[in-house]
Ligand binder design. Structure first.
Ligand SMILES: Cc1cc2nc3c(=O)[nH]c(=O)nc-3n(C[C@H](O)[C@H](O)[C@H](O)COP(=O)(O)O)c2cc1C
Length: 153
């Protein structure tokens, strides 16, 4: 087994190893206004009923829109639109209409609903490592599946 030597590391940088993936786009709507933001800081907290925790900075325009409407949609982009993902995170709905600027089509949401593309089964999602680096979802293995307790599957 490989032995790793460890060194002290800044606590504020630990996020680079812990940041969950994939990066998502959180869209929102309040009255006639739509908005969308890039988000890396989210985590699954319950499966049924589905509960996802997330952190939205106080200065983000999305925060006030979601607070008012009390709803949002979590969209999971893949590597093909990584450029848009970064640009959506570089701009604010306070200044521009991001759906128009990035040629996105807003669609009415249905409450407590999920939908996904049928293929590929394991999409090439992008996972933020901090410092402008993305990890792209790669190989999937079944090798350890037989070790799992059923309730942990
Ligand atoms: C890769 C990436 C990850 C980000 N993760 C978060 C996040 O988890 N929470 C957050 O509040 N902002 C995050 N941001 C920044 C927001 O997307 C950014 O502040 C955006 O301008 C907010 O848009 P808004 O003002 O229209 O809401 C991230 C940006 C990038 C590029």
């Amino acid at each position: 087994m490989t032995r790793y030597s460890k060194r002290d590391f800044p606590v504020s940088e630990i996020r680079r190893f812990l940041e969950p993936g994939p990066v998502v786009l959180v869209s929102s709507r309040w009255k006639d206004e739509t908005n969308i933001m890039t988000m890396g800081w989210h985590m699954v907290m319950e499966s049924d009923p589905s509960l996802v925790g997330c952190y939205i900075w106080t200065e983000d325009y999305s925060r006030q829109m979601i607070r008012k409407s009390r709803e949002c949609v979590i969209n999971i982009p893949t590597i093909e639109i990584a450029t848009k993902v970064v640009r959506i995170g570089n701009t604010s709905g306070r200044d521009i209409d991001k759906f128009a600027r990035f040629k996105l089509t807003p669609v009415d949401a249905e409450k407590v609903k999920a939908h996904a593309a049928i293929s590929p089964k394991f999409p090439r999602t992008i996972h933020y490592r901090g410092d402008g680096l993305f990890m792209i979802a790669g190989p999937t293995t079944r090798r350890y599946r037989r070790l799992f307790k059923p309730k942990n599957l």
